[in-house]
Design a protein around this ligand. Structure first.
Ligand code: GTP
Ligand code: SPV
Ligand code: MN
Length: 649
């Protein structure tokens, strides 16, 4: 982990490996005698011996960060309850007596979202992350840092950073425990909030430790809120260190070091850091895909079932689509995952098989209601940790778009709500186990994954982009992913509603050179004996001249899925239900189900020549400025073809 950062305590191992056994009663704290602390005896015979590589990692983390306690998490319910109780005692969490086993956490208002500007990938060769040696526009691509600079930055942050705090050791599996597709991580963190959230979001604890041996590869994850408790220091309810936040990744040595933030993707290191940034790096090397995608099963009234994966940027509708209640009779949606998909071509079926590596949902609260997402509402009022939502005086929660405004609302800052400012933070979230969702797919934990028949790309495009269009072929589909753009949301620190480039919804999450990432996608089109999924682009967010959404969205998005499912059976770009356009295949009005819904079809599908000319020149500029010669020629070729076709509009 640390190369030049000197351990603070003595150089020899602090940890007697025999001590690092975990009993079934592992909520006991494991204290290191060499820290001068007493060792709490094991209360039951040890069940698991932790591999030496892992004790060495824990040892190193503790020698640098000098926590006062070390607690190895067993993942049990007792442990979860103990940690929650500890958080309640420390005012870090409050019970929500209106519901079953639900809690509310309020963060420091400076620690409310992912911090992309302080998230970096460090590799020995800059070109492995930064295309073509160019200096990309700020925020346009993942940030790179040299190993030397990173070592310095870590040295300024981690020594003694856990002083006075307990270091929780979280063994976790992304993907079902023991599946050949799963990846193991060990996260050391000084945040109990992270420990309880990781128990919801991943498979965590003894079950993971039990399958480890000396040869099992694992990702070393170290996380600190960066707020040591020293004599005279204050003890904030939500410790964090926004001035010095740094979320760093070393894909070459499978390491993640995150400092300063306790929130979401910054601190739950299995999610964006492991499953996407390191995941995409591994996927590139091992010929698979780690994507920011939901996975759902769709069954039509005739009983035909298909699976679809969809990439939308953060806060652009993945959870809602993944749990959708269709507004058309006879249709069924089942949920496999709402945020991340790991996919590889299955040699037996030739199809792209996807697993959801997560075990829970960390979903956007605002906008979630019985009307928009009844399945989420059925999931989140038990066993859930809410963060930065508003609370009500009857022990419940409230957020914008939840429904009727209750009396006595306390806003996310903990103040009586004035009714004008945000009651809940726009990036407030629920963290709830997947098993709570009433429409989980029967195969959602199948280690083989589910076969994907279509891939959707989409974003928040208030202007110009039609409801749905289909790629002409794989390369065109990859171009559509590469050229994705979307309005900024509250999920990261961006201000305002600017339209940002966000290839494949992966701009903040790609762990390597974006040009190589595009090429990796293209490479599947060259594979023999595979059934490539069809690729589509969707946009639920087009607005009319008054600023109202042109499309009802949510449960009515089934209409778009219905058309997509019909198109899975067709190979020609022209049919009764489909016609060509310069940007791709679009539905005919008669071939699209508009029963019982009234929309301005022409406006929803209007293709404006000047809009598309500007769009493609913006994309060209983004590619030129940021990817340069690393832009695969096929993508440039697709861009040229589209620019020619747009001329005909
Ligand atoms: P991350 O968890 O950040 O990756 O977000 P996500 O992609 O899962 O987005 P989510 O489904 O949580 O939706 C974000 C916001 O968009 C919520 O406020 C939703 O209510 C809103 N939203 C989702 N689907 C639709 C839709 O079809 N139409 C409209 N108008 N809004 C939608
Ligand atoms: C996202 O921002 O895409 C999320 C939330 O899913 S976080 O876990 O914070 O990354
Ligand atoms: Mn996400």
């Amino acid at each position: 982990m640390f190369r030049r950062v000197k351990p603070v305590t003595r150089a020899q191992s602090l940890i007697n490996p025999k001590m690092f056994t975990v009993s079934s009663y592992a909520q006991a704290h494991y204290l290191s005698t060499l820290h001068g602390l007493s060792v709490e005896p094991l209360r039951e015979p040890p069940l698991v011996t932790v591999p030496k590589k892992i004790t060495q990692f824990i040892d190193e983390a503790s020698r640098v960060c000098t926590p006062s306690n070390i607690h190895i998490c067993d993942g049990s319910e007792t442990e979860y309850n103990n940690l929650i109780n500890l958080m309640v005692q420390q005012n870090m969490a409050a019970p929500l007596p209106k519901y079953q086993n639900c809690y509310l956490t309020r963060t420091d208002p400076r620690d409310v979202a992912r911090v992309e500007s302080r998230t970096i990938i460090s590799t020995s060769n800059k070109h492995d992350v930064v295309p073509n040696g160019f200096n990309p526009h700020k925020g346009a691509l993942p940030n790179w840092m040299s190993p030397e600079e990173l070592e310095k930055q870590l040295g300024d942050r981690f020594p003694r950073c856990m002083e006075g705090r307990t270091m929780y050791v979280i063994p976790f599996s992304m993907g079902p425990v023991g599946s050949p597709l799963s990846k193991i991580g060990i996260q050391c963190t000084d945040s109990p909030y992270v420990a309880v959230s990781m128990r919801i979001m991943t498979r965590m604890g003894l079950d993971v430790l039990k399958i480890l041996n000396e040869d099992t590869p694992f990702v070393k994850c170290l996380h600190s809120v960066g707020a040591p408790i020293t004599p005279g220091s204050t003890r904030p309810v939500w410790p964090c260190n926004p001035e010095n936040t740094l979320i760093s990744h070393r894909p070459e040595s499978n390491e993640i070091l995150s400092y300063g933030s306790g929130y979401g993707g910054n601190s739950l290191l299995g999610k964006k850091c492991l499953a996407l940034r390191l995941g995409s790096y591994m996927a590139h090397k091992e010929d698979w895909l780690a994507e920011h995608m939901l996975i759902l099963g769709i069954t039509n009234p005739q009983g035909v079932k298909k699976y679809v994966a969809a990439a939308f940027p953060s806060a652009c509708g993945k959870t809602n689509l993944a749990m959708m209640t269709p507004n058309l009779p006879g249709w069924k949606i089942e949920c496999v995952g709402d945020d991340i998909a790991w996919m590889r071509f299955n040699p037996n079926t030739g199809m792209l098989h996807a697993i959801n590596p997560e075990n829970g949902f960390f979903g956007v609260a605002p906008g979630t209601s019985k009307k928009t997402n009844p399945n989420a509402m059925a999931s989140i009022f038990q066993d859930t940790i809410f963060t930065n939502v508003a609370s009500t005086n009857d022990g419940g929660v409230y957020w914008e778009g939840m429904g009727e405004k209750p009396e006595g609302v306390v806003d996310w800052h903990g103040n009586d709500w004035d009714g004008k400012s945000n009651a809940a933070h726009p990036n407030s979230r629920f963290c709830t186990p997947a098993r709570n969702c009433p429409i989980m797919d029967a195969s959602w934990e199948d280690p083989e994954g589910v076969p994907i028949s279509a891939i959707l790309f989409g974003g928040r495009r208030p202007e110009g982009v039609p409801l749905v269009y289909e790629a002409y072929d794989w390369d065109h589909g990859v171009y559509i992913g590469a050229s994705m753009r979307s309005e900024a949301t509250a999920a990261a620190e961006h201000q305002g509603k600017v339209i940002m480039h966000d290839p494949f919804a992966m701009r903040p999450f790609v762990g390597y050179n974006m040009g190589q990432y595009f090429d990796h996608w293209l490479s599947f089109g060259r594979k023999k004996h595979v059934q490539l999924p069809k690729i589509f682009h969707v946009n639920w967010f087009r607005k009319d001249s008054n600023g109202s959404f042109l499309w009802p969205g949510f449960g009515d998005n089934i209409r778009v899925l219905e058309w997509i499912m019909k198109r899975m059976e067709e190979s020609s770009p022209e049919s009764e239900i489909a016609k060509k356009s310069p940007i791709g295949v679009i539905p005919t009005e008669s071939g699209f189900n508009l029963d019982n819904v009234s929309v301005d079809w022409n406006e929803l599908f209007r293709l404006d020549k000047s809009f598309w000319a500007k769009e493609s020149s913006d994309i060209q500029k983004y590619f030129n400025d940021n990817l340069g010669h690393d832009l695969p020629p096929q993508i440039r070729n697709q861009l040229n073809l589209i620019q020619e076709r747009i001329q005909k509009l």
